[in-house]
Structures are given as structure tokens and as C-alpha cells.
Design a protein around this ligand. Structure first.
Ligand SMILES: Cc1ncc(COP(=O)(O)O)c(C=O)c1O
Length: 459
């Protein structure tokens, strides 16, 4: 990726935020989202706002439904039977760096994790362990625990937990590599959340895959907080399977569809343990004339589908995926890193001793989300901020999370957030004294006369 954070030139004034916004090549994309009025919305890590076009796409499906009934499945222009293939698959695959037949949209994240564990957790002989992170997302923990119980196994003896640093909650990737080297021959599956929902830490998927595969382990990721946030190359990195949701950075709507990736080398494997349903059957024989149906798996990830797809939910997601294609993940990522560096810098400068950014500062180790430890009750702080039009998320006993999303958030949004935060703590966000340029490690000491959005510089 082309970016040089050292070219980022700014100070702490609101004028500077406005100037950065004016330079931002993605600034027009904000108009394509319906954001809560009079609000600085920084919660795309929880629920992304709808694309403005979503309402029209959903209305279109509702209109066809009432006009044509079930015939809309088979007739033009709707052809709902192939709605995913027509309108979503290629966009979704591009966002995660997959071949189209390696991804599918179905169910929700937790359900998909269950389905894929059935196929890809294959304990055998000495190789029985699942390497997980300590404090994985609660739903993932429940899925894994109940899955193990179903197989007559116990979490206590089957899970190998990678510990977090007690002060920051970060995972140590060197330790992860060490565990893989030391105990790789006991590990059947490495299953990690990435980007980490707690800290915003981004793990190096390529390095984890390489090390785990060398030891003969399968590698899987919960990408709920990575998809649409960081650039992914799931096919090239050789990830075995991955699951994600589409309601955060992909703006698909509350409870919208889950996504999954199955590397093509597994999509061709037969036989495999798999829970099956008619939608995983190869399309031409989904409606058999004979009374007794025979399951013939569809190609690739589609073979894990169970049920007919929810077209209304797909219609709500459709325009957002198109926006990602129009903007391009590398431009999105470039702006994300700048927004993050800007936020870190303002917090460091204005709130030392009161707020501490726990998210790693290195660009390759963070995405949109910043997790901030605060010397305050986070829920009280969150309520105070919401009352002043800034929406962030309260987390744990001493943290808040913000996720400036490049497609609809601005540098002014970040500035407003930190200004309000400073007000809460009784600090004046004094732009004349607070020079941001020296604050976080990737920031420059001296401003340079280059556009921060230039793509001609190396990260
Ligand atoms: C990291 C992570 N994993 C899993 C889930 C659960 O997703 P779902 O409710 O779609 O099953 C979430 C939901 O927010 C999440 O953030």
C-alpha cells in the first residue's frame, strides 16, 4: 500500500481539520450514506449507517414481491434465484481478496462459524487443540464451547489460549509464533478474531497462515471487524476459512447477512463433514423431479449454504458493496490510517494522563477503530458525549471505542470528538498551544508540504 504517514501535515486547529477534509479524495462518498442528523457518528464498528440507495433497492424488492409473487424468483428483471451472484458476489469477493466461488453471504456470523467448524475442525491423533485468543468475542466462545461439547470434548483440555497483555489487552504475535513452533503438531485449528474487537489490533494474517500451515494446522479468522476496514487477501494468504458480518463496516443493516470464505482447495475436497441444506446443492438439481433428492454440492463456498437467501436483506446490503467498489479498498485504507493517526495525535496532545490509546500505533497493526482507556466511567462519558451529538461506544470498565470510517467520517468528526472529550475532562482543546505534530510515534516532528492523501509515497 502506498502511504507515508510522515507526510501528514496538521496541527490541532479545527481549520486544519477542515483543510484535511477539503483535500480528502473520498469526501464525496459521505453523501451516499444516511447518517443520523446533527450527529458525529463514530460507531461503524458496531453498526454502519445505511447507504442512501438502500431504501430504493429494498422498495424495489418489495414492489416486485407484491407485483409478481414467487415468479420474481425466476423471471427478469429480478431473477431472485441468482440475486447474490448478480449483485453481490463479485463485490464481496473483491473486498476480502477472494475468488468469487470462495465466498458466500448467508445466515449470520455465529451460525456460519458453527457450520464451518463442523467441516474444518478435524481432531486426529495427537492433533486436537484449537488455538484461540483469550477473551475472544463472547459469541465465538459460546460457539466453540458448544461445538466441542457436541463432539464429546471439553474446552478446558481442547482450547489453547493465547494470553493478552494485562495493561493493553494486545496479543503478542511473537508469542503466537512461538506457540505455533512449540506446539504446532498438537494444534488442529488456529481460530482468531482479527481485527480485535477489544483493542482494534490487526494481526498479520499472512504470517500466521504461513507459520500455522508449516505446522500442518488449519487457520481460520472471525473477520467481523476487519471486513471493509482493512485490506484482505484471503485467497493469496491461504486462509482456510473465515466468517464475518456485514452490519459493521459494510453497512448492510442491523442483523444483516453473514459472510464466509472457504479457500478453493477445500471447495473441491470430497468427502467432507458438512451440514447440508437444499441451497448448498448444485443449482441445476435443487428442484428434483424425483421424490428422493441426492445432495450434489455446489462449487466452492456455496456448498455450505443451507436455505434460500433473504432477498430483502441482500437488497439493503447491495448499494454499500457498490460504494466500496467505487472507492476502492486501498483508498479507503489510506484515509483510515490518516484519520487514526490524527485521532491518536489529538488525544495524546490534549489528554495526557486522562485518556490513553490502547490500539497499536503502527499503521500495519491498526484499522479504523481506536480503543481508548479513559479515567472515567465509560458509560457516563458515552451518555455525556451522546447528549452533545457524538456517538461512540462504551466498553468494559474503563474504555471507549471510536471507529472513524473513511467512507463517511471526516477529520472534522475526529476533531469534534476529541474536543468534546477534552471538555468532559475539563481540558480546553487549545489549538494555539497544542501542536499535534509531535505526538504519536508515526507522526512527523515537522510538517511537510505534501498532500497527506498523496499515493506516491511508501508506507
Ligand atoms: C467479533 C465478533 N464476532 C462475532 C459476532 C457475532 O455476530 P452475529 O451476531 O452476526 O452472529 C460479533 C458481533 O458483533 C463480533 O463483533
Amino acid at each position: 500500500m502506498n502511504l507515508d504517514l510522515s507526510t501528514l501535515e496538521f496541527d490541532a486547529s479545527p481549520l486544519c481539520a477542515a483543510r484535511l477534509d477539503a483535500l480528502d479524495p473520498l469526501r464525496h462518498f459521505r453523501d451516499r450514506f444516511a447518517l443520523p442528523p446533527d450527529t458525529t457518528y463514530l460507531c461503524g464498528n458496531c453498526l454502519g449507517p445505511p447507504a442512501r440507495a438502500a431504501e430504493g433497492y429494498v422498495q424495489e424488492v418489495l414492489a416486485s414481491w407484491s407485483r409478481k409473487g414467487f415468479r420474481a424468483h425466476f423471471t427478469s428483471p429480478e431473477n431472485w434465484l441468482s440475486y447474490e451472484a448478480q449483485h453481490l458476489t463479485a463485490f464481496m469477493a473483491a473486498i476480502v481478496g477472494a475468488e468469487p466461488h470462495e465466498t458466500t453471504l448467508m445466515n449470520s456470523l455465529s451460525v456460519n462459524l458453527h457450520l464451518l467448524l463442523v467441516s474444518f475442525y478435524r481432531p486426529e491423533g495427537r492433533r486436537r487443540l484449537i488455538l484461540v485468543e483469550d477473551g475472544a468475542f463472547p459469541s465465538d466462545q459460546f460457539v466453540i464451547d458448544s461445538h466441542l461439547r457436541l463432539r464429546g470434548l471439553e474446552s478446558e483440555t481442547t482450547l489453547l489460549r493465547l494470553e493478552r497483555a494485562p495493561d493493553t489487552g494486545l496479543l503478542d504475535e511473537v508469542e503466537l509464533q512461538r506457540v505455533l513452533e512449540a506446539r504446532g503438531d498438537e494444534i488442529a485449528l488456529v481460530l482468531l478474531g482479527n481485527t480485535c474487537f477489544r483493542t482494534g489490533q490487526v494481526l498479520d494474517i499472512a504470517a500466521i497462515c504461513a507459520a500455522a500451515h508449516e505446522q500442518g494446522c488449519m487457520v481460520a479468522f472471525d473477520l467481523a471487524h476487519a471486513v471493509g476496514n482493512v485490506e484482505l487477501e484471503l485467497h493469496r494468504w491461504g486462509v482456510d476459512f473465515a466468517v464475518w458480518c456485514t452490519y459493521k463496516y459494510l453497512n448492510g443493516g442491523p442483523g444483516s447477512l453473514g459472510g464466509c470464505f472457504v479457500h478453493e482447495r477445500h471447495g473441491r475436497e470430497v468427502p467432507l463433514q458438512r451440514l447440508e441444506g437444499w441451497w448448498g446443492n448444485e443449482p441445476s438439481s435443487r428442484f428434483p423431479g424425483a421424490l428422493r433428492a441426492t445432495f450434489r454440492p455446489a462449487e466452492g463456498a456455496a456448498a455450505w449454504q443451507l436455505s434460500s437467501p433473504p432477498i430483502v436483506a441482500m437488497a439493503a446490503l447491495r448499494p454499500s458493496l457498490g460504494i466500496f467498489a467505487d472507492a476502492g479498498m486501498s483508498a479507503i485504507r489510506r484515509k483510515s490510517l490518516l484519520l487514526g493517526a490524527y485521532g491518536i495525535s489529538l488525544i495524546d496532545t490534549w489528554l495526557p494522563g486522562l485518556c490513553r490509546v490502547l490500539t497499536p500505533r503502527e499503521p500495519s497493526r491498526r484499522g479504523c477503530q481506536l480503543t481508548v482507556a479513559v479515567k472515567a466511567d465509560p458509560r457516563e462519558l458515552q451518555t455525556w458525549l451522546i447528549e452533545r451529538g457524538v456517538v461512540c461506544d462504551a466498553f468494559g470498565v474503563d474504555k471507549i471505542r471510536i471507529a472513524p470510517a473513511p467512507l463517511y467520517n471526516t477529520f472534522s468528526d475526529v476533531h469534534r470528538f476529541v474536543t468534546r472529550l477534552a471538555e468532559y475532562f475539563g481540558r480546553t482543546a487549545d489549538s494555539s498551544t497544542a501542536r499535534t505534530a509531535s505526538a504519536p510515534s508515526p507522526m512527523p516532528q515537522r510538517a511537510k508540504p505534501l498532500s497527506p492523501f498523496s499515493n506516491t509515497h511508501k508506507e
